[in-house]
Design a protein around this ligand. Structure first.
Ligand code: 5AD
Ligand code: SF4
Length: 462
């Protein structure tokens, strides 16, 4: 896969389109505004910040009030059916606005829009949507807006993602970050793993990694600008393969001078190497003590059917290594319950896995068939009631485990990054409620006086 980078000329041309869009909209509207709505994961949040950056370069200012908007962008998710339903009904809500203010441009993008059949559905059933574009077209927003505004016709920029060809990386696009102390940094895009349940490889394309120099430049400039919490993002962040590998990149990102924390999301257990663990251990201050390590299931037959490429034993040995290296680390996971053919006994293995690991938190999902994936075509789908039973059981067991885990923090003094409103986050990513309102973006030491399953409470110490 060569030429994954969007040519600098193409990005420069977008700057030209942005100028033209600005001319048009400043003539047409008094104060052009954009409203952005995001569904889904951090990757989408990061993409929305880029879309906001481009929209700003086109002359729009961001508004929180959709009724005020001249441009509405809905960034959608496709991970589960529920996410798609929400994105579709979220899109439907803008029908009224279009009726009242017909000039409002409505754009739908993201993972759901990337699927050809969903694009057709939006095209046919949501006639008030003016622009639909896929995940690999975000950097062309200025051009797409120009076409919408000058043609008066609906525009579609969704090209099928053919498995081995897809993928671009667009550097040097504008960005408008939501926070001035927390930032996302995408380091790689796409996924090559083809877990049998997952739609991501089909909507995000093949794995491709940014150059380390570009990433480190971005991280350094964020630290210099006062950012305190920087998350390196990728669908398989530790599969990063730029001109160096992920442990080396993380080591470099955590070696800058300054008071900050690096996080990374999401890891695949197959790539949680000894070297990665060593690097994390080496930087107790600048790398957060949190490892999100999606297990998905605790039974080997199901793991195989999911195409996860590790066994329960291998997974547990990774967890053990992580804990030995960093006893204070928080480990969290994703679990899918009710995968096709999963028997009640096999589900017990997942239940026993979460007990054995003792996670700080788990994200539990009911299996949702995704058109086009291998699992969707499997026989033996589990009835919804049974999926719900498993989901509830997992949640109840985890609530107790999390409560026990939290208790360990009692009486300890921990470093918290304030989010304002008497709340903040620990290095372990636990929510900490404080007795004082500390300005957002400031680190403080907090003595923990009370614990709950998913939160800590404490006194601010100077
Ligand atoms: N059904 C349910 N959960 C899913 N996930 C991914 N695909 C599906 C699906 N088809 C979950 C996985 C993943 C998380 C982001 O979403 O647990 O780690
Ligand atoms: Fe949703 Fe996955 Fe796309 Fe994120 S990458 S928006 S979770 S489908």
């Amino acid at each position: 896969m060569t030429d994954i980078y969007v040519a600098p000329e193409v990005i420069a041309l977008q700057g030209e389109y942005a100028k033209r869009v600005k001319e048009i909209i400043t003539q047409r509207y008094a104060q052009p505004k954009v409203f952005l709505r995001t569904f889904g994961c951090q990757q989408n949040e990061a993409d929305t910040e880029r879309l906001a950056g481009i929209a700003t370069s086109c002359g729009y200012t961001v508004t929180d009030t959709e009724e005020d908007a001249d441009l509405i962008i809905v960034n959608t998710c496709a991970i589960r059916e529920h996410a798609e339903k929400r994105a579709l009904s979220g899109t439907g809500q803008f029908k009224k606005i279009k009726k009242e203010k017909p000039h409002t441009v409505i754009a739908v993008c993201g993972c759901m829009a990337q699927q050809e059949y969903r694009k057709d559905q939006i095209k046919n059933s949501y006639p008030y949507v003016d622009l639909i574009f896929g995940t690999d077209k975000n950097h062309l927003l200025a051009e797409m807006l120009y076409k919408v505004l000058t043609s008066g016709k609906r525009q579609y920029y969704v090209s099928g993602l053919h498995h081995d060809e897809l993928g671009v990386i667009a550097e040097n696009t504008p960005v408008l970050r939501v926070s001035n102390y927390k930032a996302w940094v995408s380091i790689m895009y796409g996924c090559n793993n083809f877990c049998s349940y997952c739609v991501v490889p089909y909507v995000r394309g093949r794995e491709r990694s940014r150059n380390s120099a570009e990433i480190l430049k971005e991280v350094k400039s964020l630290i210099d600008a006062g950012y305190k919490d920087i998350t390196l993002l990728g669908q398989n962040v530790n599969s990063y393969k730029g001109d160096m590998d992920f442990p080396e990149l993380l080591d470099a990102a955590a070696s800058f001078e300054g008071d900050y924390r690096i996080r990374f999301m999401t890891s695949h257990p197959k790539d949680a190497s000894d070297r990665l663990i060593e690097v994390m251990k080496k930087h107790p201050e600048t790398i957060a003590r949190h490892f999100h390590l999606p297990a998905q299931a605790g039974n080997d037959r199901i793991l195989k059917a999911m195409n996860r490429k590790y066994t329960r034993e291998k997974y547990l040995s990774t967890v053990k290594k992580i804990r030995e290296a960093m006893p204070d680390i928080a480990i969290t996971t994703d679990i899918i319950c009710g995968f096709p053919t999963e028997t009640a006994e096999e589900f017990e293995d997942t239940l026993s896995l979460i007990k054995e690991v003792g996670y700080d938190m788990i994200y539990t999902f009911i299996y949702s068939p995704r058109p086009g994936t291998v699992a969707a075509k499997m026989e033996g789908h589990i009835p919804h009631d049974e999926q719900v039973r498993r989901f509830r059981l997992l949640s109840a067991v985890q609530d107790e485990i999390s409560a026990e885990k939290s208790k360990k923090a009692l009486g300890k003094t921990i470093k918290v990054l304030s989010d304002g409103n008497c709340e903040g986050r620990s290095s372990q990513n636990k929510i900490v409620t404080m007795d004082k309102d500390i300005p957002a973006g400031q680190f403080v030491n907090v003595e923990i006086t009370e614990t709950k399953a998913y939160g800590l409470k404490g006194k601010v110490i100077n």
